[in-house]
Design a protein around this ligand. Structure first.
Ligand SMILES: Cc1ncc(COP(=O)(O)O)c(C=O)c1O
Length: 388
């Protein structure tokens, strides 16, 4: 039997591996998984009745999404993101932002093409590029995990098809300022390549830092692909709803891809999404009070071990990417933290960084009690392991 060499070369996601270690060590508090602590708003449940009230809803629907959801998304983009859809643009509802990314990569590349990711990258992006038989070209961010537009421009070749930015960022929590995103968008326009902008964490910013959508830049519509998701903001991770904004000319290829893989996003989830978007951003803002407090607590506790870890500025998402002052392998360190101190974090190697010991700390899934206990174990565990 022959098994794909291409798939063998795709990295194994670390989250399930850490998940197994957590199961093998009962009582472990996870600062690992990137999910919100809350579920969807009640409006999402109310809209499920709309789904059930029409027997036609059990049939296949349009690839791009149900009109009611497309309309709600279009209004939201104009009101919140400054993205006013032109006749030369489209929205396609996807089964989450990950699917939007796969759609984009398949639609704009041929085997052997290159996509530029900023390092540390989001592992599913790197995996999708490998699955499309393309090459990830990494450009390092600076010491605060901020974009380096000049380095990005110097990396563009005749095979480059896109530059990907994620703001607010997973795994670093960095939020890119409008100026840096404008520079990247301008590079893409001048060099005739796409800017893929992943905005899954758009609502998660702190300390009066705000989110900026490159799709709002004038004359960006023909080279910008914007990816959004309800997974984090509305506690919708299992419902699988996101969307992409794309130039009209990409609609045909993306329709072929999505029609083959998915046909349409689950219609029941699309109706729930219409309900969630009626609740609107205020729902997430309300939940964010608790996440803000937890973030403060986590940052304060980590200051106690400033001699052992550096925490670069992170104004968004619900991640911190700690630089640990050690030559230890980060997977080994993560394993010891679980086994000896019952706290789980994600090693930076999974985000493409091999030459430093980085640990991603996720605080979005926590509520106050567990957060205090979890971060306490991490601070204590790191001190014990690193100074023993
Ligand atoms: C940057 C980024 N994009 C996309 C996703 C996946 O989102 P979705 O659930 O919408 O596929 C995640 C999830 O962690 C993420 O961190």
């Amino acid at each position: 039997m022959y098994d794909s060499l291409r798939m063998q070369s795709v990295q194994t996601p670390i989250i399930p591996v850490v998940g197994e270690l957590i199961r093998a060590n009962p009582g472990t508090i996870s600062l690992g998984q990137g999910v919100a602590y809350y579920g969807p708003p009640p409006e999402a449940g109310q809209y499920l009745q709309k789904f059930w009230s029409d027997p036609q809803n059990h049939k296949y629907k349009l690839v791009q999404g149900i009109p009611e959801l497309l309309e709600a998304i279009e209004k939201k983009l104009a009101a919140e993101n400054g993205i006013r859809l032109g006749a030369d643009q489209r929205i396609v509802v996807t089964a989450g932002a990950n699917m939007g990314f796969v759609n984009a990569v398949l639609a704009i590349t041929d085997p052997g093409d290159e996509i530029i990711l900023n390092l540390p990258y989001y592992f599913n992006h790197e995996m999708a590029i490998a699955m499309a038989d393309c090459r990830t070209v990494c450009v390092p961010t600076d010491e605060n995990y901020q974009l380096q537009p000049e380095a990005i421009e110097n990396t563009v070749t005749s095979r480059t098809r896109a530059v990907v930015t994620i703001s607010p960022n997973n795994p670093t929590g960095a939020v890119y300022p409008p100026d840096a995103l404008r520079q990247v968008n301008d590079i893409c326009r001048r060099r005739g390549i796409y800017h893929i902008s992943d905005e899954a964490y758009e609502y998660f910013t702190y300390d009066s830092v705000t989110h900026f959508s490159p799709g709002s830049i004038e004359a960006s519509s023909q080279h910008t692909i914007s990816l959004f998701s309800l997974s984090k903001a509305y506690g919708f991770a299992s419902w699988r709803i996101g969307w992409m904004v794309l130039p009209e000319r990409l609609f045909m290829p993306i329709r072929k891809i999505q029609d083959t893989i998915l046909i349409c996003s689950p219609v029941i989830s699309q109706w729930a999404a219409v309900g969630a978007m009626h609740a609107g951003r205020a729902y997430c803002e309300d939940k964010l009070h608790e996440t803000r407090e937890i973030r403060q607590l986590v940052l304060e506790r980590l200051r106690e071990i400033a001699d052992l870890v550096t925490i670069p500025r992170a104004d968004g998402a619900f991640y911190l990417l700690a630089r640990v002052h050690t030559g230890m392998d980060p997977m080994h360190l993560a394993q010891r933290l679980i086994e000896e101190h019952k706290v789980a974090v994600i090693p930076g190697t999974t985000f493409g960084v091999q030459d430093q010991c980085l640990l991603r700390i996720a605080y979005g899934a926590l509520q106050k009690d567990t957060a205090a206990e979890g971060i306490g174990r991490l601070v204590h565990g790191l001190r014990q392991i690193l100074t023993a």
